[in-house]
Ligand binder design. Structure first.
Ligand code: HEM
Length: 190
């Protein structure tokens, strides 16, 4: 299978939970927002631990090129999470009033962290292709590394926004702990 086909196939598989949520949103719009947020967080966490895991377990290094599909699924999933949030706000507002409601709460700690995480993910997502890689050259890696502060903000968002503190803390300890591996010398650069 060609690499591009494999990436597309993996991306499609990772998007399945979001498609199911869109197809069957259920009666509780908040539950769909929460579920989509959890899936987006799962794929983002996976994307940022692949490099340190490959440093710990060399055979994984050959699969690092699949990170692109995982990162793009995290971004697309986050965008769908945002869309479900807009839909949920529509349920609370007068017709057309959802944007004012969203603006009202945009700078609360729980929501602003979500917006910032999504904004930071935009650049690596746009640069996740061969053309951008050729264009950006040495700047490409620093752009991709924006996924790390984005993951930290997404974890802060998860901790604050809705009863997710313990789970966010456990995930932050795992993801953060694995990032320490990046500081240990490795023969192969990932
Ligand atoms: C535009 C930015 C974002 C907005 C406005 C937003 C909004 C929300 C809201 C309102 C909730 C609470 C849902 C509930 O009632 O439980 C939520 C939960 C969550 N969001 Fe976001 N979010 C954004 C971006 C993100 C991003 C980028 C991620 C991760 C990649 C993310 C991951 C989560 C997680 C893990 C939860 C917790 C789900 C739970 O309570 O179980 N969000 N978000």
């Amino acid at each position: 299978m060609k690499r591009r086909t494999a990436l597309l196939a993996l991306w499609a598989v990772l998007m399945l939970p979001f498609l199911l949520l869109l197809a069957q949103p259920g009666d509780d719009p908040d539950a769909a927002v929460a579920a989509s947020g959890n899936w987006a967080m799962a794929w983002l966490a996976l994307a940022v631990v692949m490099t340190p895991l490959a440093q710990l377990w060399r055979p994984l290094g050959r699969l690092l090129w699949l990170r692109r599909a995982v990162g793009l699924a995290a971004f697309a999933g986050s965008a769908l999470h945002l869309w479900l949030y807009v839909e949920a706000m529509r349920g609370f507002a007068e017709p057309g009033g959802e944007w004012a409601l969203m603006a009202d709460e945009a700078f609360t700690p729980g929501i602003v962290t979500g917006w910032l995480a999504l904004a930071l993910l935009l650049l690596p997502a746009l640069a996740s292709n061969d053309a951008a890689m050729r264009l950006l050259r040495r700047a490409w890696k620093p752009v991709q590394r924006l996924a790390l502060p984005a993951a930290a903000l997404a974890l802060a968002h998860m901790a604050v926004v809705h009863d997710g503190f313990s789970l966010a803390l456990a995930l932050a300890a795992t993801v953060g702990g694995l990032q320490l591996v990046r500081f240990f010398p490795s023969k192969r650069k990932a």
